[in-house]
Write a protein that binds this ligand. Structure first.
Ligand code: AHR
Length: 632
């Protein structure tokens, strides 16, 4: 029974209530949303970034017609530019007949380069040659068995200055295991860099654009905002770079590295353990936000790490530079085309401002005092020059606890407008916390729920999230924005699960949580109508239901995990002896009696059945997870 109270008005629900949080995690950008089909196009992958990398990752040497030579990745004075330091050096022996070719083949991402019959693919490469009469270059698109997927492209590289060569390949067959080969004839040294293949058919036909199916799935959500580019990615860079002397710079996401011509953008070994090209950079994010009608919401590094590390940078010069970079970012987004950074935006194709109104400083900092101290420097500078911009703070990594309490205390004391909260919890947590925001202080700060998800991608997760979202809406006077996280995951490179949209090199699909988000995001009401729901059990007699139990305890961190009922009965335990990553995958079987003649039977790890013995009333059962932390 739904009792609607017509005498009262509930809060208004803003247009920006639901949005998306995009992070370059799970290869969301390269090999994902960024439509580039060539992996490691600028030969910058390095073992220092990831032990399994070399400069030739995703490339192999290839020869036809008896040609021989060597292919090496070098960083020498012949480099393309100072920011794109490596290139491929081909030394050609001049062996074989006239058509003999020596070069390299790229395997793309997942099973290979996916192409569709009849579609056009734009190829480009930067090249220079030491051969006086020039070097013939042949570009072929073929499948793993060598079957041609397009007619070859032929170009002649002339001169020992870097020049960009382009051409179009039209696919004559559909395939998901494509390979791109760039090979040369004759003798001498040929240098190649930025070997690129882009589908012509990107989202909205943008050059250097986005993969259409993924962008369309995001657009179909009608997001009110786009938070980017992370997450942990923002404050921290590669684990491997941690001890490098320039760790502060290498470890955080610098927006200036990501704009301008793609061949001049830096690359970065990111927090999630892989190399990111920054081909999808700040201009492209702003453009995408505009294309899908979402408010752009960039996150800039706060110089205090979160994400499992506790470290604050104490370099005032570095802090000043980051603050100045943030002011420059506002100029890049909103400044006139005559301003320094506005001019770059205009040069890149967007003379009109992007209309930035909000930005966030930092992500999940573990040190609230250090974080709020540095935040003050950002706020002071932004408020002085751009009072129209809202600076969003955050409450640290947890939804409760000492860091969370202190962060909120400091947020209130410093008068920030909005605080970013994050949490990943079990479905039952979401069901139990529907009323989380009912008691939040109406005087503010407002809440931006920047990341949340219940921990799996099953139907019950989406149901729990839907129930929870009704609580967000009921509190829309204080909860102003919310986004599920993470957004994207390439099935071949998963660091974090669950995710909203899954994909491989050719296909993409939404999770059940995606459908929940879409339902809420495309049917958002204008105002809450106060109401009360009540119900009576529909069945008399035994009721069977599933209890979802999950935790993020990992075998590396815990020795022993047990689930016990409120009266202390042990339901099941796992000592990780099977080497399982999560206890839910290895929990044992068992059954036991609990009060009221009901019993819980642990028959599978994730689905435990509760059967009531002819008792039609709902009962609460308290289940506790006890985990013993591993020594050290
Ligand atoms: O969404 C995945 C990660 O979860 C984000 O990078 C981080 O902010 C959070 O801990």
């Amino acid at each position: 029974t739904l009792a609607v109270d017509r005498t009262r008005n509930g809060p208004e629900i803003g247009e920006r209530m639901y949005g998306v949080f995009y992070e370059d995690i799970n290869r969301a950008a390269d090999g994902g949303l960024y439509a580039e089909l060539v992996q490691n196009r600028s030969f910058e992958y390095a073992p220092a970034d990831n032990p399994s990398y070399t400069g030739l990752t995703a490339w192999t040497g290839t020869a036809t017609g008896g040609a021989t030579g060597t292919a090496r990745v070098v960083d020498d004075e012949h480099r393309l530019n100072e920011r794109n330091r490596n290139h491929l050096r081909l030394d050609l022996d001049g062996t074989g007949g006239a058509g003999a070719r020596y070069g390299v083949t790229n395997t793309g991402y997942n099973s290979g380069i996916a192409v569709e019959e009849g579609e056009k693919y734009d190829f480009s490469v930067w090249a220079r040659t030491g051969a006086r009469r020039g070097t013939p270059l042949t570009v072929t698109l073929h499948d793993a068995s060598g079957r041609a997927l397009a007619a070859p492209l032929r170009r002649t590289v002339r001169g020992d200055d870097w020049t960009k060569y382009t051409g179009t390949l039209t696919a004559r067959a559909t395939g998901t295991e494509g390979r791109l080969t760039v090979a040369a004839g004759g003798a001498g040294t040929l240098r190649l860099d930025m070997v690129s293949l882009f589908p012509r058919d990107t989202y909205k036909g943008r050059a250097n654009g986005l993969r259409k199916d993924l962008a369309e799935k995001i657009a179909a959500l009608e997001p009110g905002f786009l938070r980017f580019p992370g997450g942990c990615l923002v404050n921290t860079g590669s684990h491997q770079a941690y001890e490098a002397p320039d760790w502060e710079r290498r470890r955080s996401y610098q927006w200036k590295d990501t704009v301008g011509p793609v061949e001049e953008r830096a690359v970065n070994a990111n927090f999630w353990g892989y190399n990111q090209s920054y081909g999808l950079g700040y201009y492209e994010y702003f453009q995408f936000a505009e294309d899908i009608g979402a408010m752009p919401l960039p996150v800039v590094p706060a110089l205090v790490t979160g994400c499992g590390e506790n470290r604050a940078t104490d370099d005032p010069g570095l802090l000043r530079r980051h603050v100045a970079d943030t002011l420059d970012l506002i100029e890049f987004a909103n400044g006139p085309a005559t301003s320094t950074w506005g001019a770059l935006r205009a040069e890149m194709g967007h003379p009109e401002p992007f209309g930035l109104t909000h930005l966030a400083v930092g992500n999940e900092e573990n040190l609230p005092d250090a974080y709020y101290e540095r935040l003050a420097a950002f706020r002071e500078a932004v408020e002085a020059e751009h009072p129209e911009i809202t600076v969003i703070a955050n409450s640290g990594p947890d939804d409760t606890g000492a860091v969370f309490d202190r962060a909120w205390e400091l947020a209130r004391a410093s008068g920030v407008e909005m605080v970013d909260e994050h949490y990943y919890n079990s479905p039952s947590w979401f069901l139990e916390n529907n009323e989380r925001y009912d008691s939040y202080d109406r005087h503010g700060p407002e809440v931006f729920l920047g990341e949340y998800a219940s921990q799996d991608n099953r139907f019950r997760n989406s149901l729990a999230e839907a129930a929870f979202m009704t609580g967000l809406e009921r509190n829309a006077d204080i909860v102003k924005m919310a986004a599920y996280a993470p957004l994207l995951a390439n099935t071949g490179y998963v660091q974090w699960s669950p995710d909203l949209i899954w994909f491989d090199n050719a296909r993409s699909w939404g999770s059940t949580s995606y459908e929940t988000q879409k339902l809420f995001m495309t049917n958002t009401g204008d105002r809450v109508v106060p109401s009360r729901a009540s119900s009576t059990p529909v069945a008399r007699g035994p009721i069977t239901g599933a209890i979802g139990l999950s935790t993020w305890a990992t075998s590396a961190a815990y020795d022993d995990v047990r689930v016990v009922s409120a009266d202390g009965a042990e339901l099941f335990a796992d000592d990780f002896s099977g080497g399982a990553d999560r206890w839910t995958e290895a929990a044992g079987r068992g059954s036991w009696a609990v009060e009221g003649g009901a019993y819980v039977q642990s028959d599978t790890a994730a689905e435990d059945t509760l059967v009531t013995a002819g008792d039609p009333d709902w009962r609460d059962y308290d289940l506790h997870v006890k985990a013993t932390k591993r020594e050290g």
